[in-house]
Design a protein around this ligand. Structure first.
Ligand code: GLA
Length: 380
């Protein structure tokens, strides 16, 4: 059964009718530019085939009844009076979006709403952003409103920082809301200038799951942010976006080693991301691959967010791919997926090498997806 069919069947079962509104928002894979977004820097994600879908029948003045089909759970609350749920989990992502819409002055209608998704959770592919963005589309449509993609993305980001309390940047939500089919998206996370980068036809993007689930690492994430802010302050710049290697060298003696390493990652990663966008647009997989390998090393050695399994998987993929293309851990870090860019005619050979040599921590074969850049979110 397709996700759309599963959603409609689940909505009908929960609420005994067909929905009036349907929306979708994709997960994303970040090709390069990691932990740069909250440093006002650059990132280059693309949307993937896995997505979250929302079905909604608005009813003004009614409570909002929400069925999370993937969990077999429900929630209900009055939109205008929404507060965080003590139960936590998916409920606060939903409630957080409603809260931000309230704050933006939207009269969020109640009614019946169902959610189903195919983005694997805890793998660095942004299941939460796709939920927030799909939900915002459906609720705005229910209120009779149409917002710009970027405004939806920024609302979704605020929603994640709100009730769930993750101090994320804007990469995931912009990627889910504003990517174009067939394109990666170079994001200037400060100016919010977006540049779609067409992916040449004979390039494949492969996502391999390490099988290491990101655990409770929000604390680590927030620590990285604080370290980056400390480094920027030491250099007297608003954000690490404004620093370069020379400036970092000038303050090295005053910084503790960890802070220096964090800053070096972000400064280098911004440069790599801009260079990778040029290289990819020019169909130069040799340069793109080198930059991806450097990005992985920098995440491992300077930013401290890789784990032995993703290090192994990235090394294996890079060996299998050779010169034309490369691989790196993608997303927030501490496990999750490794992304590879390679020539399409190399996919089967590389897949075979990974299946022959890599096992997840539980001893299983890794799951491998080959992605074509999907379209950003919208109503269905
Ligand atoms: C998570 C966050 C993003 C971004 C990435 C790392 O996905 O939600 O904002 O910081 O990590 O690049």
């Amino acid at each position: 059964m397709t996700l759309a069919a599963r959603l409609r069947a689940g909505f009908a079962e929960a609420f005994g009718a067909a929905p009036a509104i349907e929306s979708r928002a994709p997960g994303r894979v970040n090709l390069i530019g990691e932990h740069t977004d909250y440093n006002d820097g650059f990132a280059m994600p693309m949307a993937i085939g896995a997505e979250t879908r929302v079905a909604f029948t608005p009813q003004a003045g009614a409570p909002l009844r929400v069925a999370a089909l993937d969990f077999g759970e429900q929630d209900a609350f009055v939109p205008a009076e929404v507060v965080p749920s003590a139960a936590g989990g998916w409920r606060n992502y939903v409630r957080g979006v409603v809260d931000e819409l309230n704050r933006a002055g939207v009269a969020v209608p109640g009614g019946t709403l169902a959610i189903a998704g195919s983005v694997a959770r805890g793998t660095g592919l942004s299941s939460s952003a796709s939920l927030e963005v799909a939900l915002a589309h459906a609720l705005l449509a229910g209120a009779g409103l149409q917002w710009r993609e970027l405004d939806i993305a920024l609302l979704a980001q605020r929603a994640e920082c709100g009730f769930p309390g993750v101090r994320c940047g804007n990469l995931d939500q912009i990627a889910s809301a504003a990517t174009k089919a067939g394109h990666a998206l170079l994001i200037d996370c400060r100016s919010l200038e977006l540049r779609p980068i067409p992916l040449p036809a004979d390039i494949a993007v492969m996502i391999v799951q390490s099988g290491v689930e990101r655990g409770l690492v929000d604390g680590e994430y927030n620590t990285r942010r604080i370290e980056c802010e400390r480094a920027a302050a030491a250099m007297g710049v608003a954000a690490l976006r404004d620093a370069d290697e020379a400036r970092l060298a000038a303050v090295q003696a005053t910084l503790d080693a960890t802070t220096w390493h964090r800053a070096r990652h972000v400064i280098g990663e911004n440069r790599r991301t801009l260079a990778a966008a040029e290289a990819l647009a020019a169909d130069d997989l040799i340069t793109t691959g080198r930059l991806m390998r450097e990005s992985h090393m920098s995440q491992a050695q300077d930013f401290g967010i890789t784990v032995p399994h993703t290090d192994r998987l990235a090394a294996l993929l890079n060996h299998a791919i050779g010169e034309e293309g490369g691989a790196r851990q993608t997303g927030g870090g501490f496990g999750g997926a490794v992304v590879a860019v390679l020539r399409a005619d190399r996919v089967e050979a590389v897949r075979a090498m990974v299946l022959a040599d890599y096992r997840t921590p539980g001893g299983a074969l890794p799951s491998i997806e080959v992605e074509t850049p999907a379209a950003g979110a919208g109503l269905v």
